[in-house]
Design a protein around this ligand. Structure first.
Ligand code: MSP
Length: 530
């Protein structure tokens, strides 16, 4: 097994390639915001990052949606894919590649890959009988369906009976190789609950699965038999590989796999775990390609306890949310409030309470009142203190010293709420420290060195918090940094993608004395219920 990616300075991360059956909802935005936060964190640590997102455009579901909208499938896909792109810009998602499965370059990759697996002898013609959920694009076991052959993820849709000749992929051949992979690499599937799910599924014995469809035009033809169309999932997973191609290179597997493979992290929702953790590694093994490093399956966003989804029509519109509340508030709420890996409900009142408490009060007011005091008591310069003489048991330095290690560990394990919790421990301690040490009284007493020390340690703590929060709230972090006198924009990759900078800025004690401070301005305006 190839482990080279752990040592290299590249980091490749993917979101799922979203179905274009409808415009994105907050569920699809959730995965993408998380992926963007990780990509930004890895950039901050100096890695060369490739963040891949895109759209999954073939298959029956898309064909039918296009028909019902009275559009040619490609025109429909173009329209919806553009909607995804617009939302990602609105949400400040810095993706590097947008992979569309209808692109001609993708056709070349799928064909080459199919033929490799064909040559390996892992594809054969067989008879497929069973219940097919078009919304999942997946055959379902009868025992997993609700009454009336309804799929539990799409209870408003009936699964359809199919009895047809299909090409099959010999998944069962890879049973023991997959089991060995899961044993040797316990971190391959995360979190542990998802890993167990996969182990149980594989433990029941793997069955071959069909990778072609008949009576379906919207897809790539099977290279060895054009009467069949390649199954949408076989095609879609390879979209990750196509995305790795440099824009001007020939679309071959060799070129695609040269620099960015193996992918470090596939970020997905729990409903598509089997495809990524079982089918995908087996397909790669068959084609003689090393498997990815890690697959993380997060939970669902629910509304009134039910999975929010396009097929169910109970979604929250992310465009409306961003227009009303701004990007950082939304990114912060979803990443901080829902433990990544578990399900979480969206509630607007709770959302407003949390962002007001954390971003407006605890963080924003802290910076604002501290800067005003600095202006009043010390001029608009970072107070003059002997940084190296601040004792390590100083209440803020003590928390600040190990903070970046704790936060880095949390980000690396995708524990966003944990990262925020750690950072806000410093923010809250800073608020308490100001209240307890009352610099306004120290000033009245004429104790200017003590005033300077209190204000320095608080400004420095706000700086470090802003730096470490920048993967989640880049705009607020940028405003904070600029008011602290740095010409740094966290949305500019060239400003922050630097290991040496991380080594300095991730440490407590980095703010230079006498640095010219900016004008204090609220970094986050309190939200009102819309
Ligand atoms: N097209 C496939 C993925 C192919 S990847 C090669 C697909 N697309 S999807 O648009 O239906 O879903 C994409 C992702 O969005 C999945 O990871 C899914 O879990 C996630 N979500 C869809 N609804 C969601 C929620 N309500 N909550 C959280 N994530 C949700 O599956």
């Amino acid at each position: 097994m190839n482990h080279s990616a752990t040592n290299r300075n590249t980091f490749t991360i993917t979101t799922p390639l979203y179905y274009v059956n409808d415009l994105p909802h907050i569920g699809s935005a959730y995965t993408t915001m998380a992926a963007d936060a990780i990509a930004r964190f890895e950039r901050l640590r100096g890695k060369s990052v490739l963040l891949i997102t895109g759209t999954d455009e073939h298959g029956q579901k898309i064909q039918r949606t296009a028909e019902s909208n009275g559009l040619e499938p490609q025109a429909h896909c173009d329209k919806v894919a553009a909607g995804f792109d617009t939302l990602w810009h609105k949400l400040n998602i810095q993706y590097d590649r947008f992979s569309r499965t209808t692109s001609p370059r993708h056709a070349a990759i799928v064909k080459e890959f199919f033929l490799r697996v064909w040559d390996k002898g892992d594809i054969y013609l067989g008879q497929q009988k069973g219940w097919y959920c078009v919304s999942c694009e997946e055959f379902k076991e009868e025992r997993d369906l609700l009454e009336g052959h309804r799929c539990s993820l799409h209870p408003n849709k009936e699964a359809e009976w199919r009895d047809e000749q299909n090409y099959f992929f010999a998944l069962s051949k890879y049973q023991s190789q997959l089991e060995a992979l899961f044993q040797e690499r316990p971190d391959f599937i995360q979190p542990a609950s998802r890993r167990n799910e996969v182990l149980n599924f594989v433990g029941q014995g793997l069955q071959d699965f069909s990778i072609s469809r008949v009576n379906l035009d919207w897809g790539f033809p099977v290279p060895v038999d054009p009467n069949h169309t390649i199954y949408v999932w076989f095609d879609a997973l390879l979209g990750y590989v196509t995305a790795l191609l440099d824009p001007d290179s020939e679309p071959t597997l060799e070129n695609a796999l040269k620099k960015w493979w193996p992918i470090n992290l596939h970020l997905i929702g729990k409903d598509i775990l089997r495809f990524h953790a079982v089918y995908w590694p087996a397909m790669l093994m068959s084609a003689g390609i090393p498997v990815p490093h890690r697959i993380f399956g997060h939970g669902f966003l629910t509304k009134d306890g039910q999975k929010m989804g396009k097929s169910l029509g109970n979604t929250v519109d992310p465009v409306e949310l961003v227009d009303r509340y701004g990007t950082d508030a939304i990114r912060y709420y979803f990443l901080k409030e829902i433990e990544f890996g578990k399900d979480g409900d969206f509630n607007e009142t709770r959302f407003i309470d949390i962002v007001n408490a954390d971003l407006a009060n605890d963080l924003g007011n802290l910076l604002n009142r501290t800067l005003r005091m600095v202006q009043k008591y010390c001029g608009a310069l970072v107070p003059d203190v002997e940084i190296q003489n601040i004792p390590s048991d100083h209440p803020l330095k003590e928390i600040g010293l190990g903070l970046s290690d704790r936060v880095a560990k949390a980000y690396s394990s995708l524990a966003f709420s944990e990262a925020c919790k750690e950072i806000f421990t410093l923010v809250r301690a800073s608020n308490k420290f100001i209240d307890d040490s009352a610099p306004w009284s120290l000033y009245k007493q004429g104790n200017l060195p003590a005033v300077g020390l209190v204000l320095y340690t608080v400004l420095e703590s706000v700086r470090l918090s802003a730096y470490l929060l920048s993967p989640i709230i880049p705009n607020i972090s940028t405003d904070i940094y600029q008011q602290l006198g740095f010409a740094i924009d966290f949305n500019e990759k060239t400003h922050i993608n630097d290991r040496a900078m991380y080594n300095t800025h991730a440490n407590w004690g980095t703010l230079r004395v006498h640095q010219q401070l900016g004008q204090p301005k609220p970094v986050f305006a309190r939200l009102e219920q819309g």
